[in-house]
Design a protein around this ligand. Structure first.
Ligand code: ATP
Length: 133
């Protein structure tokens, strides 16, 4: 089975680098399944789990927005933050989710509501990604 190299990078570190058979991401325009030899593209991503298929196994990575760049045999995802399934602290994400929900329930400025909404999305993304364990 042919492979492509998947790299997931944040400003701090390289979170993931492996040869995989398929990558599934949630782009702003919808879900994208990328196989080797996909046409080149760059598109922004939603805050959502990324799935890497290796043989019959799937690996999940929580990717918090950013961009995907597809080249001939390489996919690079650049995001503000990303975590491997195994590195997600579930209780921290649960607390972050509760905090964000409390903030959203309060009357506050649009900018704070937007921040809380983004924090909520990150927390849900972490919980969703870790639930594949
Ligand atoms: P929190 O309020 O818990 O800090 P956050 O969404 O504000 O959550 P970020 O600003 O997205 O956190 O991330 C800060 C750093 O902490 C990043 O390196 C991110 O990968 C890491 N991180 C955040 N939450 C978790 C978690 N639940 N498990 C593992 N790493 C996390």
């Amino acid at each position: 089975m042919s492979t492509l190299r998947l790299e997931i990078v944040t400003p701090e570190r390289k979170v993931y680098e492996k040869d995989v058979n398929m990558v599934v991401v949630k782009g702003v325009a919808g879900e994208l399944g990328i196989l080797p030899h996909h046409i080149p593209l760059v598109t922004p991503l939603k805050i959502a789990p990324v799935k890497a298929k290796i043989g019959n196994e799937n690996e999940f990575i929580a990717v918090h927005g950013g961009f995907i760049e597809v080249r001939k045999d390489k996919v690079v995802i650049l995001a503000e933050a990303a975590e491997l399934e195994a590195d997600i602290d579930v209780s921290r994400a649960r607390l972050a989710k509760e905090r964000a929900e409390r903030r959203l329930a309060q009357k506050q400025s649009d900018i704070n509501a937007m921040r809380a909404e983004m924090a909520l999305q990150r927390a849900i993304n972490r919980l969703e990604t870790s639930s594949h364990k």
